[in-house]
Design a binder for this molecule. Structure first.
Ligand code: PEP
Length: 256
């Protein structure tokens, strides 16, 4: 269950969030909980989450380890401060900052080399969904980037299906729509990397997940978890989403 804070909260607000949130999720020991604050708040978040069952992730990373790249942050720098995860290829980065399949792939490899766990996002825009192109868009995003990883590398990533039209809009994909896209992605993963790796791959759903719609989404066996923007900013709201985390079972019926 991952929270993407986008460009919200100061360091003091980050610490205050964890003071409330950590006790709320202390009993959810089966859940993998990840919070991704802005870069400048990562040290405060790592510090605040140190004795809690919460891991910290970044929202982006550069693909080289160091150099004259003003404004960028490398994967070894993130790992060195205790960051464990990184979101790569979020639709906001694709839309506003020129992220492409090529950069997604380079960033994913850099993150893996540094021991970080990438959450790689794919998803279609509204006009693509309306044109019936969801599968061709998500398939092309997968084929143009992640499909070039080695199996051993792919086995260490999580994916997020995030339909762009559902992000920050209040419009959630229905559980059936989300599950259909997840099923498609998993079959594409199976074609490239085999059934075992496909079955084990965590695929999160993201797009206006809230405490009142998470139950229906998590009831779909295809949906392993959620990537949550707005509703992860409030401790009580994200804690009530985390309640629906379940243990991942790799024996998926449709693959057996
Ligand atoms: C996101 O930022 O990945 C996201 C899904 O945002 P929201 O939950 O606000 O739609």
């Amino acid at each position: 269950m991952a929270g993407n804070w986008k460009m919200y909260k100061t360091a003091a607000e980050t610490t205050a969030f964890f003071q409330k949130f950590a006790p709320m999720v202390a009993a959810a020991t089966h859940a993998e909980i990840v919070i991704c604050p802005p870069f400048v708040n990562l040290p405060a978040a790592v510090d605040a989450a140190r004795s809690a069952n919460i891991e910290i992730g970044a929202q982006d990373v550069f693909w080289l380890t160091e150099g004259a790249y003003t404004g960028e942050v490398s994967a070894p720098m993130l790992a060195a401060i205790g960051c464990r995860w990184v979101i790569i290829g979020h639709s906001e980065r694709r839309q506003y900052f020129g992220e492409t399949e090529e950069t997604v792939l380079k960033k994913t490899k850099a993150a893996l080399d540094a021991g970080l766990k990438p959450i790689v996002c794919v998803g279609e825009r509204l006009e693509e969904r309306e044109a019936g192109a969801t599968e061709s868009v998500c398939g092309a995003q997968f084929d143009g980037g992640l499909a070039s990883l080695e199996s051993e590398q792919f086995a260490r990533i999580a994916m997020a299906y995030e339909p762009v039209w559902a992000i920050g809009t209040g419009k959630t994909a229905t559980p059936e729509m989300a599950a259909g896209a997840h099923r498609f992605l998993r079959s594409r993963i199976a074609l490239r990397f085999g059934h075992k790796i496909a079955a084990a791959c965590r695929i999160l759903y993201g797009g206006s997940v809230k405490p009142d719609n998470v139950k229906g989404l998590m009831a779909q066996p295809e949906i392993d978890g959620v990537l949550v923007g707005g509703a992860s900013l409030d401790p009580a709201s994200f804690a009530s989403i985390v309640r629906f985390a379940r243990q991942l079972t790799i024996t998926r019926q449709f693959l057996s």
